[in-house]
Unconditional design. Structure first.
Length: 152
């Protein structure tokens, strides 16, 4: 039996290689919305800031959902097909409340794998149940420049 420990694992144990985490690359200055916010106001913010969506947080900064451009398109259908009065909609009626999050301590390689196996372009980042940032595919690409290559 051969006792083999890859070189990079030994270096990691000695501290020579530092693990790159989501916290090192996530965006922390975020636009966010509240569940009771008017959906038309949200649409204006999404358009004016050229973003494709944003997290929805409660008063305690806990993530309760995500609102995207696609979610906002439902406003048009409600106006046209369901004859709902304008300005009656709140974010909570349109947001996605089933949100996949990542922890701020997750390794960027793990998150890269999540991106490869989903259609998501970004994940909300949480720490101790609180929203602390957002990590995108581009953030993980930036991290890839810092990851040392290993040879077997």
């Amino acid at each position: 039996m051969i006792n083999f420990t890859p070189k990079f694992k030994k270096e990691l144990e000695r501290g020579a290689i530092q693990q790159e985490t989501v916290a090192d690359y996530m965006t922390t200055k975020l636009i966010s919305f509240t569940p009771d916010q008017d959906i038309r106001e949200v649409i204006d913010v999404i358009i004016s800031n050229k973003i494709s969506g944003a997290p929805v947080v409660n008063k305690d900064k806990e993530l309760v959902g995500i609102i995207s451009e696609k979610d906002c398109l439902r406003v048009i259908l409600d106006d046209v097909y369901h004859n709902l009065p304008p300005n009656e909609g709140h974010v909570s009626n349109y947001m996605s409340d089933k949100v996949i999050t990542v922890e701020d301590t997750m390794d960027v390689v793990e998150v890269a794998n999540l991106f490869l196996n989903s259609n998501f372009r970004r994940y909300p980042v949480v720490s101790n149940g609180k929203m602390v940032g957002l990590v995108s595919r581009r953030d993980i690409l930036r991290a890839s420049k810092a990851i040392k290559k290993t040879s077997w």
